[in-house]
Design a protein around this ligand. Structure first.
Ligand SMILES: [Zn+2]
Ligand SMILES: [Zn+2]
Length: 644
């Protein structure tokens, strides 16, 4: 008999050679019908794998990320089979599941496919799926594996790099693929498929290798899910921050300046400034001090911090001075600079915590193929801060930082988020720097702060960095996409490397604990996410222009200016559309620009000293006084922007 521990902690006893599916059925037939993948003792297994030892079993359904991954991994096999049947002689390479769907890289020789072939591939995939073929794993010797792929240099290369005895295949229907496992029970569960796109991809990402065709696809257990996904894709296209950034004149890129280096236009710069001022004000109240550090630093600085050893070779190379031959690096992180600021004085425990904040611009090399709008760039500004405290202050500091992050999310309309706590792997204590006692203090501080603040959280054991545990905020945007925003990270490493100290009450020198934190992360990425989340309809307090004044004809220009003045006196950001265009055209363009309020001015408005107000999206507020309009704006702002 073997003992199987389930996710709820219960232990069930079974005969040896029970399968995860048997275990699922022992829970309930209904549940078992939804189980599509399993994990036994930390390893992905098939639902039909024979279990022969005691262990922990996790059963996954479509609703779990792991379930989706197995579903899409299995679908990639079906895609490969369909492609091989439709285009005999093609050479298959690799085809993993990805965040949304899967892809397969195929060598089509000199006959690449295009969009017009998608329908045939989808039909073939569905035909295979309907066969309800089971996915079955089997082992093969290296010789057998090489035999199967004679004439396919890609699979041959993969097999050559595997150790004999570790090679496995997956069979389904008449198709076989080299595979490590992790499938759904059978193809019949795949009810809807869509080939999304094709793109060129070099074998193993190396441009000296042959170019392959990467086929992207997605599949679902229900047709309805596919329909919803495609609608979401359409909506995401409309909200693409690159498109909105252009329409709203926020930022641009110039090939002359260099790829991955955003240029902020006046409206975008004003938006950034507003975000920065918002955070600066809250940070000031939370006891932060602003610092400023240069964009470059001596190479030695990053050798000391360890960044050079880790990223040096894969990043921008040192800049050297012409005469002295000194070497400098573009700043990849602000932390080492802030450590040196801390080191400027000898602190006593009474001076701590020190909280240094900087909107610090950093530079990191990204391959040109990886660059994407504002979300993957080569130069970006972090809303960075480093807190230096005693181990006993960690608890309170962590809570304060969480409060600040929640304030930021609340003011910007991110309501749907979870916290992810990354702790060390207790089995491998040697992997981590810092004393066991301090780790326990830090982990307890994070967990108690998380619970205390009522956060919805998950714990990832073994996911902590070697230098400290952390808390990440995972935010869901309006389209249900998940983004990692806001990190709070404890660090025992840099205080060691920079020999940071404070004098304790015992008059001895002690090591402070360092916390890195950035609620936005980077200004660039944050604004991109905010654009896609709000579709450009930012919270009113953040809008570049809160109201645009449109006069029906030139006759009312004077009155328009008077209204503008009154609004400005009330700290409302407004502007007048002076152009000699029809009112219809002005309204349409104001809608496009997403100005939250349009103020229309004509004869009646001037005579009665009032304004006609129309909200973005169409709602008419009618003719009201300027004072009433100010009140409307102030009330709306106070709903999202509270004081910290
Ligand atoms: Zn597989
Ligand atoms: Zn840092």
């Amino acid at each position: 008999m073997i003992h199987i521990t389930l996710t709820d902690g219960s232990v069930k006893t079974f005969e040896e050679n029970v399968t995860p599916m048997d275990v699922a059925k022992s829970i309930s037939e209904g549940f078992a019908r939804n189980v599509i993948s399993a994990n036994f003792n930390g390893t992905t297994v098939e639902t039909e794998t024979l279990l022969t030892t005691d262990g922990s079993l996790i059963l996954y359904t479509w609703n779990d990320a792991e379930g989706k991954s197995a579903f899409w991994h299995s679908s990639a096999h079906v895609l490969a089979q369909a492609v091989e049947e439709l285009y005999p002689g093609v050479k298959l390479t690799i085809g993993p599941a990805i965040e949304n769907g899967f892809y397969y890289d195929v060598d089509f020789g000199d006959k690449p496919i295009s969009e017009k072939d998608f329908k045939a591939i989808e039909d073939k995939m569905l035909e295979i799926a309907r066969g309800k073929h089971e996915f079955k794993m089997r082992s093969a010797t290296k010789a057998e594996a090489l035999q199967l792929y004679i004439g396919n240099p890609y699979k041959t290369e993969l097999i050559e790099n595997l150790e004999d005895g570790t090679i496995t295949f997956c069979d389904h229907s008449t198709f076989t693929d080299l595979c490590r496992g992790g499938h759904i029970p059978n193809t019949g569960i795949i009810k809807a498929v869509k080939v999304l796109s094709v793109a060129g991809a070099y074998w193993r990402g190396n441009e000296n290798n042959p170019q392959l065709t990467r086929i992207y696809g997605i599949s679902f257990p229900k047709q309805k899910d596919l329909t919803e996904y495609l609608e979401l894709l359409e909506e995401a296209k409309k909200r693409d921050h690159r498109k909105l950034g252009k329409e709203l004149e926020l930022f641009t890129f110039s090939q002359k300046v260099g790829q991955g280096l955003p240029l902020w236009l006046p409206k975008g710069a004003a938006l950034r400034e507003r975000l920065e001022n918002f955070l600066k004000a809250a940070q000031k109240k939370a006891g932060y001090e602003m610092v400023v550090t240069p964009h470059i630093g001596q190479k030695e600085l990053y050798v000391t911090s360890g960044h050079y050893a880790k990223y040096g070779a894969d990043s921008f190379q040192p800049i050297s001075t012409p005469k002295e031959g000194e070497e400098f690096l573009l700043k990849p992180m602000n932390c080492p600079h802030h450590c040196e600021i801390y080191n400027n004085s000898q602190w006593s425990y009474k001076d701590l915590p020190k909280r240094y904040a900087e909107f610090g611009t950093v530079y990191r090399y990204e391959q040109s193929g990886e660059l994407h709008g504002l979300t993957r760039v080569r130069g970006f500004t972090q809303d960075d801060a480093h807190l230096f405290c005693t181990p006993d202050q960690l608890d309170a500091e962590f809570k304060n930082v969480i409060d600040l992050v929640l304030y930021v999310f609340g003011s910007l309309g991110f309501e749907n988020f979870t916290a992810q706590v990354s702790l060390r792997d207790p089995e491998n204590p040697d992997k981590y720097i810092g004393s066991l006692e301090n780790w326990e203090k830090a982990e307890n501080a994070i967990l108690s702060a998380t619970i205390d603040k009522g956060l919805n959280y998950t714990v990832k054991t073994g996911e902590a960095a070697f230098y400290g545990p952390k808390l990440d905020f995972m935010v869901k945007d309006a389209l249900g996409r998940q983004w990692q925003l806001g990190t709070i990270q404890v660090d025992y490493n840099l205080p060691e490397r920079f020999n940071l100290t404070y004098k304790g009450s015992d008059n001895e020198l002690h090591r402070p604990v360092m916390i890195h934190r950035a609620p936005f992360g980077s200004m660039e990425r944050f604004i991109a996410i905010l654009l896609e989340h709000t579709a450009g309809n930012f919270p009113l307090w953040l809008m570049p222009t809160q109201a645009i004044i449109l006069s029906i004809s030139e006759k009312y220009e004077k009155y328009a200016e008077k209204v503008l003045n009154l609004l400005e006196n009330d700290e409302i950001r407004a502007l007048v559309d002076h152009r000699n265009e029809t009112i219809g055209k002005k309204i349409r363009e104001a809608e496009m620009q997403k100005h939250p309020y349009m103020i229309i001015i004509g004869e009646q408005e001037e005579n009665e000293n009032k304004i006609t107000v129309r909200q973005h999206g169409g709602e008419d507020l009618g003719m009201i006084s300027i004072e009433d309009f100010s009140k409307i704006i102030k009330t709306e702002i106070s709903k999202t922007l509270k004081s910290f």
